[in-house]
Design a protein around this ligand. Structure first.
Ligand SMILES: C=CC1=C(C)c2cc3[nH]c(cc4nc(cc5[nH]c(cc1n2)c(C)c5CCC(=O)O)C(CCC(=O)O)=C4C)c(C)c3C=C
Ligand SMILES: [Fe+2]
Length: 387
């Protein structure tokens, strides 16, 4: 008798302030996050950027209580999903595979093997697909499967993105409607969708469908909501000096204030759990930007977390996928008609990005830093157990 499993994929987040630097190191070691001409440069550069960014990032995590709530919320979602599946008579075990922190995807796959799972649904907790999020996790799983015959024998299906599911759209619309109704004049509130950004080159050069999926998602939520409010979509959380998707959230807030908007209802759109970018960036930084610009009624729609309608929809999606709907990892990662999403000659535009971002010189500094670390035998690479 076979065993069903559902692997939930997510980003992961540092649980304590000491975790921040190794977490950032893992994130910037990912070639789907920073693209470089040669893989040899990846870890030195990741070491350098994580070291330079750690204190700024730690400040943010301090503001939200000293760590990311992502693991706790994802575990709550997993428990709720397992319960919902059991109600439907499906005895599937739920696994959590984080990309950059515990519990790592590698650990989840080890457990899946130990439990003898032979039918697996791979379900990213990102509604929209991006090379930098779901794509990165898919690539990692593909690499791990290539090395492991037991994993290769597991029958699996992947969900690429699911932002267009009616249950998800309804749950988002309900949360927005509840927040609108808290405003003094609900109809005059401006609905402000804030999506996590990606560098423009991901979309224009690598064919990332992320922007198109975000735009489609916003249009569908607005249709489902069916209210007369004006709305805007903008992108937050850019990192480094290159161009990211625009308009940027802070600029768009100022622009709306200049147009006389007095009430904003901000909707985080690319993530289903509370995390640093909702709790710190939106609730603190963008609230301040809005207030300084003259918008004093600043509301934020909560993330879905364990919203019953959302969990119900996730359960339906898991069942459909376990029953064979969707594609395998290989079909998802190597579609014949969409070869550009995962270009073979990745170094070509990686070179441009690396040159733009780091001007070549930081890579050299990275090498120096690595050499120093190797000589002294200490440092974040060593501490994270990655060397
Ligand atoms: C759909 C969501 C996300 C996309 C797309 C994404 C792309 C992306 N992110 C970075 C750099 C960082 N991301 C960081 C944290 C972070 N990112 C997401 C989601 C997406 N990222 C989440 C949910 C989180 C927070 C996790 C948590 O701890 O709660 C960070 C660390 C925090 C910080 O220092 O700001 C960085 C750095 C890049 C470069 C990128 C696309 C190329
Ligand atoms: Fe991010």
């Amino acid at each position: 008798m076979g065993r069903d499993g559902v692997l939930l994929l997510n980003l992961g987040g540092p649980e304590k302030l000491e975790d921040v630097r190794p977490f950032l190191f893992n994130l910037f070691s990912d070639p789907e996050i920073i693209r470089l001409p040669s893989p040899i440069l990846q870890k030195p550069l990741a070491w350098l950027i994580s070291t330079l960014r750690a204190s700024k990032s730690q400040e943010g995590y301090k503001q939200i209580g000293g760590g990311s709530p992502l693991r706790q919320i994802t575990e709550d979602q997993a428990r709720a999903l397992e319960g919902k599946l059991r109600e439907r008579g499906r005895d599937a075990k739920i696994y959590i595979g984080m990309r950059y922190w515990y519990p790592f995807t590698e650990e989840a796959l080890d457990q899946i093997k130990r439990d003898g799972v032979d039918n697996l649904a791979i379900l990213p907790l990102y509604p929209q697909f991006s090379i930098s999020t779901s794509g990165s996790s898919f690539r990692l799983i593909e690499r791990l499967m290539e090395k492991d015959q037991t994993l290769q024998k597991i029958d699996h299906r992947v969900v690429q993105s699911w932002y267009d599911r009616p249950g998800y759209l309804r749950a988002m619309a309900d949360l927005i409607a509840t927040e609108l109704d808290r405003c003094e004049d609900p109809n005059s509130a401006h609905i402000f969708f804030s999506a996590h950004g990606v560098p423009v080159s991901y979309v224009t050069e690598a064919g990332d469908p992320y922007q198109q999926e975000i735009e489609d998602c916003v249009a569908r939520i607005i249709r489902t909501l069916n209210r007369p409010n004006q709305h805007t979509l903008a992108y937050q959380s850019r990192v480094g000096p290159i161009e990211w998707l625009q308009p940027y959230t802070d600029d768009a807030i100022k622009e709306l204030a200049a147009q006389g908007v007095k009430t904003l209802v901000v909707v985080p759109i690319s993530f289903v759990s509370e995390h640093i970018e909702t709790l710190e960036e939106i609730d603190m930084e963008y609230r301040e930007v809005a207030e300084e610009a003259g918008i004093h009624n600043f509301h934020r729609v909560p993330a879905l977390n364990v919203h019953p309608g959302f969990i119900e929809d996730l359960a339906n999606l898991a069942i459909e996928t376990l029953d064979g709907k969707g594609m395998t990892l290989a079909q998802t990662l190597h579609p014949p008609d969409k070869a550009k999403i995962y270009p073979q000659e990745r170094w070509e535009w990686g070179l441009t990005t690396a040159a733009e971002v780091w001007n070549g010189r930081l890579a050299m500094l990275g090498f120096l830093a690595l050499a120093l670390e190797l000589i002294s035998g200490r440092g974040p690479l060593h501490l994270a157990g990655l060397l």
